[in-house]
Design a protein around this ligand. Sequence first.
Ligand code: ATP
Ligand code: MG
Length: 407
Amino acid sequence: MGAGHPLCRRPDKLLSIVANQRPFRETTALTVLISNFLALCPVRVDNGLTTGSRLGHGALQFGSISSQCANFYRNGCLAMNAISVRNLRKTFQTKRKAAGLSGSLRALWRPAFQDIEAVRGISFEMEEGELLGFIGPNGAGKSTTIKILTGILHPSSGEAAVLGYVPWRQRQALAFQIGSVFGQRPQLWYHLPAVDTFYLFGKIYELDDGSLKRRISFLAEAFEIEELLETPVRKLSLGQRMRCEVAASLLHKPRVLLLDEPSIGLDVVAKQRLRMTIQRMNELEGVGVLLTSHDAGDIETLCRRVIIVNHGEIVYRDKVSTLKRRYLTVKTVDVRYNEQLAPDFSLPGVEMLKVGRYGAKMRFDTRKTPVEPVISGLAAAGSLADVTVSEPSLEDVISAIYARTEA
Ligand SMILES: Nc1ncnc2c1ncn2[C@@H]1O[C@H](COP(=O)(O)OP(=O)(O)OP(=O)(O)O)[C@@H](O)[C@H]1O
Ligand SMILES: [Mg+2]
């Protein structure tokens, strides 16, 4: 469970739930676990430097909105979108230390710091109910942005609003409206069945018993996890666990879901299953999803729009279909004939990759050479047995954009 979870801010609630809930009363291990959790979790790590925000103290910041943000509000940016981000920046300051004892002593005597600009002035909007892809290579600043939007991190500057809340100021109120899953940081208790964590979350989100039970059985059916809920989480496969994780994040019917690499490590079938369920929840409940993933398939299947970040900056934003149309212009054609081809077979504007006796492989760019003359040229060359037209994958396109924007 991440430090951003509402539990971290409600130790009183956590303890009363433990005391009153039947499944928890009976689970001594859980009580021990929670005591450990309470002892270990209170310190919120903000930017690699400890902020010292203690459980229940300091995390509830319903402070007034800064004048800059008030302008942001007045300009109507917050009212229209589920997420509005304007010129957001986050710079981490990390301590550097040379190896060995002498390095440690030197660092004590004269500490050296390094600034890392993780997010460098990004601005974007996400509409309510939208499925928005937020992708980029390793270290591009995706997780940092999502952490800011959940209120876990404070930005260095800039403005952001999620459902009208300023995340780092109204963290608790926002937690009731959003769900988040960090694929690399599970929130379900590892040694307990997922259903125990579900009940605990339900109480934290102030759901009454009846609604909580109905919600759990609805989500269990939607995510096909009925048979898994009572198995300790540590005994679940990664795909099964991830379905439980996403289901848990939807317990309180959030309006926005922030998914940071939910498909990490999943096989193709598990990925497909998870995508379908997220899509279904979006259709059924209108939950908006901001999704990061290194799998272009996730973005292609789920998102209508995509934002690509690199080195903390947005380098591309548009509809996924436009991205494909604009960049997937190179077609490769494999053609086979029932009769022999002329050895000097060629077509204008088409690059011949290979010409054999009964077939040829070629490539052309639709921006320079229209499709129609190529197809009629192929038909005129002889009696066609088979034609295959292929284009680069979205993955190829995305890596080309990453490469182009490398500093
Ligand atoms: N707590 C931190 N302290 C110092 N630097 C950090 C911290 N968190 C992230 N960074 C740095 O900020 C940059 C962006 O990191 P971030 O985790 O946001 O990238 P990402 O896009 O999510 O990458 P990935 O795809 O690998 O998850 C990286 O250079 C990283 O080293
Ligand atoms: Mg990340």
